[in-house]
Design a protein around this ligand. Structure first.
Ligand code: BG6
Length: 481
């Protein structure tokens, strides 16, 4: 194969055998296979590689059927549609190994065959796109069959379902893999606009001095989704919105927003600072949490008729350190809501002196805010007050906008999974979570998991339960435009 040149002169990963567990699942179809194909087209995959799919018995397929499955996934979800030589090159490297539970040796054989075809030194990458309760069995299989040698393992979120299971899972993994081989993935850490928060804060004296309790009144992290549970009833029932989105994605975003400046962007200092934020997070008070469930959820396949799993959650979190003491962090996410959006709002305090006749915050509820829209491709907006033209000194809302799409070339964009898969192959753990941080987040979550507040139903296409305003009172929810 004539390998295309790597993007921006970045190093290429070593040759790899990539094994994806859970290949029949939604994640493999929507993100992993399309992402790997885009990396291949962009010239960012290793010079030689093989991709092996594994699944439970009900999803077992032939290698030919796997190629067709991958073709459909790439057609439906990739930015590059499969075509010509590029697709043929990629497709010829795909193979299916049968369910490892039924015949572990089939996986061993498939890996050995792929390594032989590639020749020389080959790294192994195991992507565990499976629920937390299925992980120990696979980890044990990899360890006992010696497949953990020269290998890295990606563990999908949620990592465990509570503190005890996360501690247990960490112990099970570290029996066969050392910490440098373990990549606990949270794809929000691979989003361009989330990484850009580091640049916004630490490359600009314009923003960072404001980034503290003296100037910030509240922070809002909002990820409403129009999507339903999309046929993932069995997964979602044991998970719910809190485990699926908050203890994972939204808390990681909070970690980046609230962290101190790391001494460098390498893995240890970056993760040290994020973990310090998690250490300072106050344990959740169920009284500050609102749980909701969309009407019709109980009729979804795989959902118990009396399920109290939440499909919506809004809560108030607190970071008890000298930078953030007293500043509420409002988090919300939910399925089947009115719009899909991913938005951070930094609400700033009002100036102490009022010298304008109409300066009061109540008269301009949208002013004094910095909004980071992190739905790809992302944008940032400053809302402030300006003098209205004319003889009087009156104020009006003004806005400044930065759009990724207008400022930078999009061709270098990597979608979050693409970026993170590449970082794993390069062995860079900076954007992956550590066991300490994850265990601390489960500790913070414990009161809510043990004593969940009741779920309130809400109509599909709405904004969720009305009581949301109580969660943020006396502040107000900033709605997506
Ligand atoms: C996944 C959740 O981790 O993230 C899904 O399991 C959710 O329920 C998805 O829809 C959202 O990801 P993104 O990239 O669309 O923000």
């Amino acid at each position: 194969m004539n390998t295309p040149p790597a993007l921006n002169g970045r190093p290429r990963p070593d040759n790899h055998v990539i094994v994806i567990f859970g290949i029949g699942g939604d994640l493999a179809k929507r993100k992993i296979l399309p992402g790997l194909y885009h990396l291949a087209v962009a010239g960012l995959l290793p010079e030689d590689y093989r991709i092996i799919g594994c699944a439970r018995p009900h999803s077992v397929m032939t290698s030919e059927a796997f190629r067709e499955f991958a073709y459909d996934a790439v057609c439906d979800f990739a930015s590059d549609k499969p075509s010509g030589k590029e697709w043929d090159d990629f497709a010829q490297r795909l193979a299916f190994a049968i369910d490892p539970d039924d015949g572990p040796q089939s996986l061993q054989q498939a890996v050995a065959k792929a390594e032989e075809e590639i020749g020389g030194e080959v790294r192994r990458l195991f992507h565990l796109a499976i629920p937390p309760n299925a992980m120990p069995e696979v980890i044990q299989l990899l360890g006992t069959k010696g497949l953990n040698k020269n290998a890295r393992v990606i563990c999908e979120k949620p990592f465990g379902v509570d503190l005890a299971s996360a501690v247990k899972l960490n112990a099970e993994i570290t029996e066969y893999f050392d910490e440098t081989q373990i990549f606990r993935i949270d794809h929000y850490l691979g989003k361009e606009s989330i990484d850009n928060i580091l640049a916004l804060r630490f490359a600009n004296e314009l923003f960072e001095p404001l980034w503290r309790r003296n100037h910030v009144k509240y922070v809002q992290i909002d990820v409403p989704e129009t999507l339903s549970i999309e046929g993932r009833g069995a997964f979602y029932e044991g998970t719910g919105a809190f485990r699926d989105m908050v203890v994972t994605h939204l808390f990681q975003v909070l970690g980046i927003l609230a962290m101190e400046q790391p001494t460098s962007l390498t893995a240890r200092p970056l993760r040290d600072e994020i973990d310090k934020v998690f250490d300072s997070l106050r344990v959740l008070d169920p009284k500050e949490v609102l749980r909701g469930q969309y009407e019709g959820y109980l009729d979804e396949d795989g959902v118990a008729p009396d399920s109290t799993t939440e499909t919506f959650i809004a809560l108030r979190a607190w970071v008890d350190n000298s930078r953030w003491m007293g500043v509420p962090f409002y988090l919300r996410t939910g399925k089947c809501l009115a719009v899909s959006s991913q938005m951070i709002t930094i609400g700033l305090r009002e100036p102490v002196m009022e010298i304008f006749p109409d300066q009061k915050g109540a008269e301009h509820p949208d002013a004094n805010k910095l909004i980071i829209d992190f739905l790809d491709p992302g944008s940032i907006h400053a809302y402030f007050l300006a003098k209205r033209p004319g003889p009087d000194m009156t104020l009006g809302l003004a806005k400044m906008h930065f759009h990724y799409r207008d400022t930078f070339q999009e061709k270098n964009n990597l979608e979050a999974y693409e970026r993170l898969l590449l970082e794993v192959m390069l062995g860079n753990q900076a954007l992956f979570t550590r066991s300490h941080g994850i265990e601390r987040l489960w500790e913070v979550a414990a009161p809510l998991l043990e004593h969940p507040s009741p779920v309130e139903t809400y109509p599909k296409g709405s904004w969720g339960p009305k009581a949301i305003e109580d969660v943020v009172a006396p502040d107000h929810w900033t709605m997506p435009e």
